[in-house]
Design a protein around this ligand. Sequence first.
Ligand code: FMN
Ligand code: ATP
Ligand code: CO
Ligand code: K
Ligand code: MG
Length: 495
Amino acid sequence: MSSSTDERPVTAGIIIVGDEILKGQTQDTNSHFLCKRLFALGVQVKRISVIGDDLEEIAKEVAEFSQKFTHVITSGGVGPTHDDMTFEGVAKAFNTETVAHPELVKLLEKYFGPESLDAAKMKMAEVPATAQLQYGVNKSTGEKTKYPLVSVANVYMFPGVPSLLERAFVLLEDTFKNPNSTFHTLELYVNQNETNIASQIKQVAEKFKQAVVIGSYPDFHNSYYKVKLSLESTNLHQLTSAYDELKSSMPEGAVVSYEKDPIGKAAEHVYEIVGRQQDDVFTRSVKQAVSVIEEALDKYTSLEEICLGFNGGKDCTALLHLFHAVVQKRYPDRKGKLQALYIRSRLPFPEVELFVSNACQRYNLELIRYEGRIKENLAALKQGHPGVKAVLMGTRKTDPYSDHLESFSMTDPDWPQFMRVNPILNWNYEVVWRFLRELCLPYCSLYDQGYTSLGSMNNTHPNPMLQFIDHNGIVSYKPAYELVENGNERDGRNT
Ligand SMILES: Cc1cc2nc3c(=O)[nH]c(=O)nc-3n(C[C@H](O)[C@H](O)[C@H](O)COP(=O)(O)O)c2cc1C
Ligand SMILES: Nc1ncnc2c1ncn2[C@@H]1O[C@H](COP(=O)(O)OP(=O)(O)OP(=O)(O)O)[C@@H](O)[C@H]1O
Ligand SMILES: [Co+2]
Ligand SMILES: [K+]
Ligand SMILES: [Mg+2]
């Protein structure tokens, strides 16, 4: 791309200050937040530096960054304690001293009351002599912020507490915006190893190197793709041309359609299926499951009375998504957590544990955890959570002792009494996998290693029906979704 105007890039450097980060006591999330926001503002972040609470280090790093980058953002070290040295460090970087800034003193007096303004609190007003105070403006109310951010030249000193930094940054972000450009991005997902597509990427990257930045990111743990290719440009036209060329240069069938936010779009995607005219097994199965969940939501007065039986298996993973989708559709503004029950076996697979914990994050679940035998722990659930009346379960008719079950079946008389709600009772194996895969849902990694049903480590193996000898002569297993099910789903289970 040739450009007639002089569009010099706007750059930034981020300095994270704090011993606690270098010691691993706190994990820095501020740099990630800042990079995301700055990128969206058309600012190229060139470097992130993490340094300790050390005056010389701060001064040296700030001096260097200030020379090199358009904007310098520091995080941390602006509080009242002895180890907060950012103001002093910045002063030193600019060969000046810190002095009490009258305006800040006044604000602190107002905030803490003049009597209680001790030396520690006063420290927050002692800023470099050449400091500017930056008051942000709330875009929706037009109000000026009460407490300003301190800056010197191109250095902006943010607090280290993430919530404070984030709030302050959002209010001031116009200060950093690149007036000439915003980045546009596109992504392409490919199910080939990087080595098989490297030459194609190189060719397209060369051709568009003036305008489009292409990145290649292999992911060894994703169930849907092997490499993510990202394309970024300030020029939308060049970007889409590069994208089209890259896409058509990929081997036949290599590009996969991947949804990177399946959970955010759960209701949209699930109800799109519900709205279909077709009457195939898949569509019918999804419709039925949604209607059972909706019925459960009608029957019970509150979501407090319902919990999802969730052990990380594929069936309850599909069910979790359906439950989430129905709740999302019915209560779009709801912020509360859905309840899930996980009765952990004595010998759980670490992969299952990891998946359950990730699912809790992704779906915002309140996990009720027990360990040991199911029956005993359901009694504990009754005691500990007397409000729970119904458990949503991923049981299907083909599961052992389940062919007599209905959508709503109380537990057996000799079991603690709960309503078992079984929305996917009539789903078959193929439907479960089609649902998980077409919606790009995350599922436990064991299924990609040939496990087709999960118990605990002492009684579960990959399914022999999926075994094959790979090109190196090594015994391997195809993923669970490739099983053509003829009653073999539990062939890897001893129980
Ligand atoms: C909430 C809940 C309720 C259950 N109720 C019954 C029941 O009433 N009768 C029964 O025999 N088993 C009951 N079970 C046990 C299941 O039928 C089944 O044995 C268990 O989920 C293990 O399945 P798996 O062998 O496929 O791993 C219940 C399990 C859960 C999680
Ligand atoms: N330990 C448990 N804790 C909570 N819920 C459970 C537990 N075991 C089973 N369930 C419930 O019973 C259903 C059927 O159990 P099952 O073991 O068949 O798991 P799954 O989700 O079906 O996955 P898979 O069949 O692949 O192992 C689950 O979907 C879940 O709702
Ligand atoms: Co199952
Ligand atoms: K890379
Ligand atoms: Mg299971």
